[in-house]
Ligand binder design. Structure first.
Ligand code: PEP
Ligand code: MG
Length: 536
């Protein structure tokens, strides 16, 4: 039995079996293989798939940024078929009887070193390209295996860290807890755990090689017990029973309005990442959806989701919520939410980089597909649109211009749509400071405290080493929230909070005193928060 502890990111008890998920940029293991021909075939299959992917990327890039800029994908395709490169991989597999991944990684390293040492600037640049194609091949081989990996019931995921693109691939029916060696309590993995209502612990010094071992995860005190003995199992079972009892007690708040004793009604909405979460929203009786992180639709795909696919998703959520408000946030990609097919450049400071509305305003064709899908779905329920990461008024005006164009196109195509509430997220200090101006141009504000905290306190929300400085109740933050609520009310619009702070019950009374109109939290927090508000 081994007891480890870390930081609890979401409460709950899980009793299950560990599945170790390896990171994409993990060290490639050198594995002895018996069947050399089979291993070579694995390489050829990956090579074929990589070539198809690059062909598609070329087509898309040519359409979006012109043929000259797309040419790099042709170069990659050629490199992939380069005789020297292929011979080297096959030779390493054959002579050393080792796995294709290792042979590809070794070839990639050798070739990139060779290119980097050349005198010619053009050839030097090819060093990064050869690494890139090697990574693509390894990822393809890796994904294939991940797909085959069938999680059994009660899977406890253990990983170094989990990127949003990795978490969306997991079989959510079977996963009952997340444990990561790194990561922060404010990362999207933690947020996902809250949405799934399963315990999550970050920063746990879990040793390697613990796959398939039984474990108990305690999201209340942040401990993980590997190979638990009878006593621990009994204790965990009891805690689990208590959890169920507590949940049953909260059930009496279902169907009740969220009103303080003095009669103030608060809109209590839920945050979701996709259609799979609607069941939890209904079960917990949220009055609506205050944040649908639409980028999760993109994270699940291998290529840009089509207008039709997005339309069906937005229509379905609108219909399932049967007239209740559904606030769909437009694409918030970038920073920690990276998607390969967006081909975003690596950045020094991704949180301060090319993300969210900045992508939408510079790659309008992608934004327009989403907006068309949203407006087409608008007639099937009570949809609102919300834009993330606003810093300036011109961005709001530009988004509205694009919306107008989309509406005109739909009208001329004879496709029905209706006007919807249009809001923005207030998650940058700049937006707070000009909230009075912004309020004149939108229908609502939703305060994204996760990012607002990060940008106000200058604390990277992904950085686990800054926990002691990360004062989520910092007076600067609370003053900003007050300022935003006041600006909203003076401008005649409503203001809510959709960041994680909205569920912090130590602040609920304070938020109500400040005049907050709406709180949007993970589905599992709806009933505890309703209880809290009703007691105020
Ligand atoms: C936020 O920043 O508070 C927010 C709700 O958005 P996300 O966590 O998806 O960045
Ligand atoms: Mg945010």
């Amino acid at each position: 039995m081994e007891c480890l502890s870390g930081q609890a990111a979401f409460q709950g008890i899980a009793i299950g079996k560990i599945v170790e998920v390896k990171k994409e940029d993990r060290l490639i293991r050198r594995e002895h293989i018996e069947d050399v021909e089979k291993e070579k075939q694995r390489f050829f299959n990956a090579q074929k798939e990589a070539s198809t992917q690059l062909g598609a990327l070329y087509e898309k890039a040519a359409r979006e940024v012109g043929e000259a800029n797309a040419a790099i994908f042709e170069v990659h395709q050629m490199m992939l078929e380069d005789d020297d490169y292929v011979d080297s991989v096959l030779n390493i597999i054959e002579t050393q009887s080792i796995n294709a991944e290792y042979a590809i990684a070794a070839t990639g390293d050798n070739f990139s070193q060779m290119f980097a040492s050349m005198d010619d600037a053009y050839m030097k640049e090819r060093a990064a390209d050869v690494k890139d194609i090697s990574e693509r091949l390894i990822k393809i081989l890796d994904n294939k295996e991940q797909k085959n990996e069938n999680f059994s019931e009660n899977t406890i995921i253990v990983a170094d860290d989990l990127a949003p693109s990795e978490t969306v691939q997991l079989d959510k029916e079977k996963v009952i807890a997340f444990v990561t060696r790194h990561g922060s309590t404010n990362s999207h993995t933690a947020i996902l755990a809250r949405t799934m209502n399963i315990p999550a612990i970050v920063n746990v010094p879990v040793p390697e090689g613990i796959d398939s071992r039984p474990a108990v995860v305690n999201g209340y005190d942040g401990t993980v017990v590997i190979d638990p003995d009878e006593n621990i199992l009994k204790l965990a079972g009891k805690l689990k029973e208590k959890e169920i009892e507590k949940r049953n007690l909260l059930a009496e708040y279902k169907g009740k309005p969220t009103v303080t004793k003095s009669g103030r009604e608060i809109k209590l909405y839920a945050n979701i990442g996709g259609l799979d979460d609607i069941g939890a929203v209904k079960q917990n009786d949220a009055a609506g959806i205050g944040l649908f992180r639409s980028e999760f639709l993109y994270l699940q795909e291998k290529d840009y989701p089509s207008e039709e696919k997005q339309f069906r998703a937005y229509k379905q959520v609108a219909e399932m919520m049967a007239g209740k408000k559904v606030i769909i946030r437009t694409l918030d990609i970038g920073a920690d939410k990276q998607i390969d097919y967006f081909n975003l450049e690596k950045e020094e400071n991704p949180a301060l980089g090319y993300r969210a509305v900045r992508i939408c305003l510079t790659r309008e064709e992608i934004f327009k597909v989403q907006l068309r899908a949203l407006y087409r779905a608008s007639v099937f329920g009570n949809i609102s649109i919300m834009v993330p990461m606003i810093i300036s008024l011109w961005e709001v005006e530009k988004v509205k211009e694009i919306i107008k164009e989309v509406q005109e196109e739909l009208a001329s195509d004879g496709i029905p749509f209706k006007e919807v509430e249009f809001g923005i997220m207030i998650e940058t200090p700049a937006a707070v400071m000009i909230a009075d101006e912004l309020a004149k141009n939108v229908d609502f504000f939703s305060i994204g405290t996760n990012d607002l905290t990060q940008y106000t306190l200058a604390i990277d929300r992904q950085n686990p080493n800054l926990t002691m400085f990360n004062d989520t109740h910092h007076p600067a933050l609370l003053k900003m929230i007050q300022q935003v609520i006041d600006a909203a009310h003076e401008g005649g619009i409503w203001a809510g909070i959709c960041g994680e702070l909205g569920a912090d019950m130590e602040l609920t009374e304070r938020f109500i005193e400040m005049g907050i109109d709406e709180l949007s939290v993970s589905p599992a927090m709806i009933l505890p928060l309703r209880k809290r508000i009703c007691e105020i």
